[in-house]
Structure formats: structure tokens, C-alpha cells
Ligand binder design. Structure first.
Ligand SMILES: [Zn+2]
Length: 360
């Protein structure tokens, strides 16, 4: 076998299939289209509607009324947290009512529970985010908590994504800004992925990397309108979150959107009693890891400032020492994900980097 054939073989082995959502409906009042969208995808008869105590009032009731008007039998399940207990409750409900599909109306917690439980029971699921704050809205991975930590499970992307811009634009500004920051961190995630390729030979998808980078670039280019107008902000960030999810679906992993900055954010979630929002932490830590990569960290920092997102540890609400601790121990929980932190970074170097970038 020639080296060319070997390299083709390796590429084909690394990702054999790409699963994507079938329909993404993005409109000002897309929820009012849900019955037509379901009909197009042959989603009918009986469904479960997964919500939490807030999202039912925000949009869940409207979704239920629209589905009922289309003669779909709707069984509501209110959950409290993305835990295995919630997943089990959802699975029981699907079996009990013979649900043909599951509909999630809410933030990451509700969507992750519906995503993983529907995957376990092998039924399609519909994702209706009420906030544009993270890229799990149409990805194939679900983050579920156990007693002491959170696990990411392989699942399936939603069959249908409903992006109701008006509903999401009513959420506090901080949510969509955090979503934009999460997307900015694609820049460093891709650099970590490319570094892993050079050091460990891990396969990199050029398409997934390009799409992830393009999404981050569009946040930088649109930062002024994202900061100013609620509808434009929601639309721009939502589109970005969808593209980023697609990049992950193409890659078959979270690699294009999750590098060392995400590992640090997960560490902060563990250490802090009240962590900041996921995207806020990832965006700020992308400034630091971009500095380590020798890239344009100033552009990222300036974008955070223009967006009105936390651009220092103080604004993020984290003590300097805790941040240094989180950075220097971030890689421990996931040594197999090679990043710029894998070769180790000392506390002294971390402190210096944080000072140079003006984070502390
Ligand atoms: Zn993220």
C-alpha cells in the first residue's frame, strides 16, 4: 500500500458518518410554524414536551397549543436539572405514553436531557432553545451531571431546530453575549486541534475547522451590532451557534469548538461555588490561550470589551489565585485531549501571561 493510500485510509477511518439536523427553522416567530415543520418531517401522533419551571411559561405553553391544534397528543414533563434522574424520568414517560418524538423547550439543561433521553429510547427530538447562549442547541453531545461531576455523552443531533428569534431576544442580554463569547473561543479550540495534529497525529477536519473559524470571525465582525440591538444580536449569535454545532457534527467531536479554554472553564465550574456563564469563562480564557499560542489575543480581548463581556478576572468574579489554580490543573481531568496546556504550564508563567494580557 502506498503512503497516499494509507493516508486516505486513515482519514476515512477517522470519521465514517456525519449526522446533521434535518430542518432548521429560524424566524421571528418560528414556534408558530412547529406544526407545519413536524408535518414535513413526519413527526406526528404523540410527543413529550420537556420544559423547566420557567421555560413552560416563556414558550412551552405556546408550543403545546400549536402541537395540540395539529392533533398531536402532548405530554409535558417538567425537569429540575440535567441529571441522570431527569433522563430516566423522560425515558419512562416516552415508554408510558408511547411517544413518537420528544420536544425540548429551554436552555442547555432541558435540551441536554431531551437529547440524551431520546437517543437512549431511539426517538427523534426537536430542539427549541429559549436562550442563544451555547452551541449545544443542535450538536450531538449532551452534558449530564452526576453527584460530583458532569459527563458528556454521545447522542444524536435534533431532527428539527426551531429558532424563535423573538422568544430568545427577550432573554437577558447576558445570555446571547455569553453565546457570542463561546463562539469566539472556536479560534483557540481550532489552534489546539491543529497543535494536537502536529504533536499526536490526531486527524483534523479542514471543513470543520474552517466553519468553526468562520463563525468566530463573524462574531468579531458583527460585534458592534451584537452589542447594540436585541433582535440582531439574537439572530447573529443563533446563526453562529448553529454553524458551530454543524462544525462539531462534521468533526464527530467537540474539537472545533472546545480546546484548553473549555477545559479551564470546566475546572472553574468545579472550583467555584457560583461560576460565571460558560461562554463568558471560555471567551476570557481564549484570550489567555491565544496568548500562549502566540496569536492575536488583543483582537479577542477587544471584542470581549466591545461586546460588554467580562474581559478581566475581576469582572468574571474570579480571584487571581483561583484562576491560576484552574489553569494549571485544567488538563488533568482530560489528558487525552491534547491542547496548548498538555505540556504543562507553571504557575509563574501563567501569572505572567495573565498579567501581560491584562486579565489580572
Ligand atoms: Zn462552549
Amino acid at each position: 500500500m502506498t503512503s497516499y493510500e494509507t493516508s486516505i485510509d486513515r482519514r476515512l477511518e477517522s470519521k465514517a458518518e456525519i449526522e446533521l439536523p434535518r430542518l432548521i427553522d429560524v424566524k421571528l416567530n418560528a414556534i408558530d410554524n412547529i406544526a407545519t415543520d413536524c408535518q414535513k418531517l413526519l413527526l406526528k401522533d404523540t410527543c413529550s414536551l420537556i420544559v423547566d419551571n420557567i421555560t413552560y411559561e416563556i414558550a412551552g405553553k405556546r408550543v403545546k397549543d400549536n402541537l395540540k391544534a395539529a392533533e398531536i397528543d402532548v405530554h409535558v414533563l417538567e425537569i429540575d436539572g440535567a441529571t441522570m434522574e431527569s433522563v430516566d424520568k423522560a425515558c419512562e414517560l416516552y415508554k408510558e405514553v408511547n411517544a413518537k418524538f420528544s420536544v425540548a423547550v429551554g436552555g442547555g439543561t432541558v435540551i441536554d436531557v431531551a437529547k440524551y433521553s431520546s437517543f437512549k429510547e431511539n426517538i427523534p427530538f426537536v430542539s427549541i432553545p429559549t436562550v442563544a447562549s451555547h452551541d449545544g442547541i443542535s450538536s450531538a453531545r449532551a452534558s449530564i451531571k452526576t453527584v460530583d461531576r458532569s459527563f458528556t455523552y454521545e447522542a444524536r443531533p435534533p431532527m428539527l431546530v426551531i429558532g424563535d428569534i423573538e422568544t430568545m431576544s427577550k432573554a437577558p442580554k447576558r445570555f446571547a453575549i455569553s453565546g457570542a463569547c463561546d463562539l469566539l473561543s472556536n479560534k483557540t479550540a481550532v489552534l489546539d486541534w491543529q497543535l494536537a495534529h502536529r504533536i499526536t497525529g490526531e486527524h483534523v477536519s479542514e471543513y470543520a475547522s474552517a466553519l468553526a473559524n468562520l463563525t468566530a470571525d463573524s462574531m468579531i465582525e458583527s460585534r458592534t451590532e451584537i452589542a447594540q440591538d436585541a433582535i440582531l444580536r439574537t439572530y447573529t449569535v443563533f446563526k453562529g451557534l448553529i454553524s458551530s454545532s454543524m462544525a462539531m457534527c462534521i468533526a464527530g467531536s467537540s474539537r472545533p469548538a472546545s480546546g484548553a479554554e473549555h477545559l479551564i472553564s470546566h475546572r472553574l465550574d468545579k472550583i467555584l461555588k457560583k461560576p460565571a456563564m460558560h461562554g463568558e469563562q471560555c471567551g476570557l480564557m481564549a484570550v489567555f490561550t491565544m496568548y500562549l499560542h502566540g496569536g492575536d489575543w488583543k483582537e479577542l480581548k477587544e471584542t470581549l470589551e466591545k461586546l460588554g463581556a467580562p474581559s478581566t478576572a475581576k469582572k468574571l468574579g474570579v480571584d487571581d489565585e483561583i484562576l491560576i489554580e484552574a489553569i494549571t490543573t485544567a488538563q488533568e481531568k482530560r489528558p487525552e485531549r491534547y491542547t496548548i496546556l498538555s505540556s504543562g504550564v507553571t504557575k509563574t508563567a501563567t501569572k505572567l501571561g495573565l498579567e501581560i494580557t491584562g486579565i489580572i
